[in-house]
Write a protein that binds this ligand. Structure first.
Ligand SMILES: [Zn+2]
Length: 293
């Protein structure tokens, strides 16, 4: 009889489908993608926002709260980008592992050198991000820092696999170095672009092109007819190389300005998975940089 119980017990252990690794919840697709690069088969990643959803306008859903409840760690962009839904998830999930200050609360912006920090912000300026421009996923220099920070965070949380995470980071950093050699040959220096939203400032800084105007006069607020008219006039005179936008943000207005000025409309992926062939951060950046040529 005891033998039968033992056999049953062993069968249960062997066939149990429970995943023993870390349960990672990522807010944005690029964060989930990076967590998979570093954690590989030691992590199970749930991503809350879909690649073509506007990350500024998300709201908390019950499925997100449920994901937060089961998480060992939550990884997010920070710089207030998730201000519309993350505080509610953290509060409603009632999961002590992921509350601010705990190792399971990973604000990726902690590892980043943010640009455009604002000293004084008021509502008249539109929906500005006072802690700095949050769209640093277009920045290879910052992504390397985030990947390293993520590695240390995972290694602290799961010491038994620390060497595994560090080895994965090493190969990620090597791949990035190789890719940067290729990217540095893309001739973007001196080019001029108009953008819908302030999404591409890190990219411009690192690749040497200029952003000479914005369709949005103030972030998050649709442009007035007067602003659009004066932008069109200046574009006719300055002839920028393109208008940059993403599929979820300002496409219609940008299309109409492109038609009126003859300036090429360039639609870039807003996040990993936002366009065909952008399944990880490397192919996302390949697509972004190739589109700017
Ligand atoms: Zn923004």
């Amino acid at each position: 009889m005891q033998k039968i119980f033992l056999a049953l017990f062993l069968t249960l252990i062997v066939t149990s489908p429970a995943f023993a690794g870390l349960n990672v919840v990522a807010t944005l697709p690029w964060i989930g993608s990076l967590a998979k690069e570093i954690g590989k088969d030691k992590v199970s990643v749930t991503t809350l926002v879909k690649p073509n959803q506007d990350p500024h306008l998300m709201e908390a859903k019950p499925s997100m709260i449920l994901a937060g409840r089961k998480a060992d760690i939550i990884m997010y962009n920070g710089l207030d980008l998730e201000i519309g839904y993350l505080p509610l998830i953290l509060e409603s999930a009632k999961n002590p592992k992921i509350v601010p200050g705990k190792p399971g609360n990973c604000d990726c912006s902690r590892f980043v050198k943010a640009i455009e920090k604002q000293t004084a912000v008021d509502r008249s300026m539109g929906d500005v991000h006072p802690l700095g421009n949050p769209h640093y996923h277009y920045s290879p220099a910052n992504i390397l820092r985030v990947a390293e920070g993520m590695t240390n965070t995972l290694a602290d949380l799961d010491r038994a696999n620390a060497d595994y995470y560090r080895a994965n980071f090493k190969s990620f950093a090597e791949r990035l170095k190789e890719r940067q050699k290729k990217w540095s040959t893309i001739p973007l220096k001196g080019k001029k672009f108009v953008a819908y939203h302030k999404l591409f400032e890190y990219l411009a800084g690192e690749f040497g092109f200029q952003l000479v105007g914005y369709v949005e006069a103030k972030p998050g607020i649709p442009p007035s007819a007067g602003h659009v008219e004066s932008l069109i006039e200046s574009m006719k005179a300055n002839k920028p190389n393109g208008i940059l936008t993403t599929s979820f943000y300002g496409k219609k207005e940008s299309e109409s300005i492109s038609a009126k000025t003859g300036v090429k409309l360039i639609t870039l992926p807003g996040d990993v998975g936002g366009m065909k062939g952008t399944d990880d951060w490397f192919s996302f950046m390949d697509t972004v940089l190739a589109s700017l040529q």
